[in-house]
Design a protein around this ligand. Structure first.
Ligand SMILES: *Cc1c(COP(=O)(O)O)cnc(C)c1O
Length: 377
């Protein structure tokens, strides 16, 4: 492929030496679980987001699971409570809710932002609604005044799935006054899966929260449920962040804003140059930082998405689909009750993601736009 969708070797190339040094340091430290590397990374993420409590964990799904289970342990959520979640999301958001014995209530997407349509939340509220999980999908900040007002009025917990949104800034303040994604709600989950905007060299994640009690519960749950050695207050898990991954992430985290700015440049290049009657480019707000462009997602409105992908591949352009099958269409959720989700269904049939990582140059993006403009669909 002349323009691969994503090449992690290229993405990590600028950090290669620093990553190798970090690995050498950890190998020499003799400390392979917990310890100063993990604590150092946690404090870096706390400084970046302004969130007081950070717990490094095994991955993004575990971060979400630990938040929900932590809220159950401290009595803020109960089995069977309803949690509002966008229908247009990666399945992990919904998996965490059902795994905790809570009920996911799917809400359809806004066709423009592709995020949760917050105007639809009021109609699905019931006396059992206890929380909203907002997802900064494709890197676009999913936070607005409607969501804040509904959460405050109904005393709902707000949990951010920030797996795709690291570094984003909201124009509407969060519940605790912050603006960065991950600081907006009561608690948030980060993923450092290798393909995310800040990727580890393996699985990694983090929980961020403003709530000291939740932080204590999450920390214990991630460590067999023990609050001190050989003393188990919960029936917990082993979901810890490795010092090796923490050391790698400490190399990469300081570059988040610059990397995200590079993604923005590519997104702008696509949006300025793509002009095709059957291709809708993603909505661009007037802000620069309310989208960290984890994915650059087009809609193909001619019904010929497969043809579009095939022709691009012929021109050496890699693409991907996020996501062809939404959670409610997955076999494991065949029994899940939900409202009609027309926008989510439409998106699943129309979306295509273009290469957007720092491995794709700005001139590559201009060339890809030109290739798209000449396609016959
Ligand atoms: C990647 C992702 C997750 C899960 O993170 P992992 O680290 O892969 O477990 C959760 N939610 C969303 C929206 C994601 O993109």
């Amino acid at each position: 492929m002349r323009y691969p969708f994503l090449n992690l070797d290229t993405v990590n190339a600028p950090y290669r030496e620093a990553l190798a040094e970090a690995a050498t340091r950890v190998i020499g430290s003799g400390r392979f679980v917990g310890g100063p590397e993990v604590e150092h990374f946690e404090s870096m993420l706390s400084d970046m987001t302004g969130v007081p409590y950070i717990i490094g964990v095994s991955n993004g799904l575990d971060a979400l699971r630990l938040i929900l289970k932590g809220y159950i342990e401290i009595g803020r959520l109960h089995h069977g409570d309803e949690v509002i979640v966008p229908a247009n999301t990666y399945v992990a958001s919904v998996l965490a809710i059902s795994d905790a014995g809570l009920t996911p209530i799917l809400v359809d997407a806004d066709i423009r932002t592709m995020n949760i349509d917050t105007d639809l939340i009021n109609r699905v509220l019931t006396p059992r609604t206890r929380a909203i999980m907002t997802v900064h999908l494709y890197g676009r900040v999913a936070w607005d005044q409607t969501l804040v007002d509904i959460a405050r009025k109904n005393n709902l917990l707000v949990i951010e799935d920030n797996a795709q949104g690291i570094g984003g800034v909201s124009k509407i303040a969060g519940l605790y006054g912050g603006r960065r994604t991950g600081s907006l709600g009561d608690a948030s989950a980060f993923s450092f899966y290798p393909t995310k905007n800040v990727g580890a060299l393996g699985d990694a994640g983090a929980v961020a929260t403003h709530d000291k009690e939740l932080a204590k519960a999450v920390k214990a749950l991630a460590n067999y449920g023990s609050d001190r050695r050989y003393h188990n207050i919960y029936k917990g898990y082993n979901c810890r962040l490795d010092p090796l991954q923490a050391a790698f992430l400490s190399v990469k985290l300081p570059h988040t804003d610059r990397e995200n700015a590079d993604r923005f440049e590519r997104a702008v290049t696509y949006s300025r140059n793509i002009s095709h009657p059957y291709v809708v480019t993603p909505y661009m707000s007037s802000e620069v930082t309310d989208n960290v462009w984890h994915q650059y997602v087009l809609r193909i409105t001619s019904g010929k998405r497969e043809e579009f992908i095939r022709q691009l591949a012929e021109h050496g352009v890699g693409t991907d689909i996020h996501y062809a099958t939404p959670p409610h269409r997955q076999p494991c959720y065949a029994d899940l009750k939900h409202e009609a989700l027309p926008v989510t269904e439409q998106l699943a049939g129309e979306v295509v993601s273009l290469p957007i990582s720092t491995g794709t140059s700005v001139s590559d993006a201009a060339e890809i736009a030109e290739i798209i403009n000449n396609l016959k669909l």
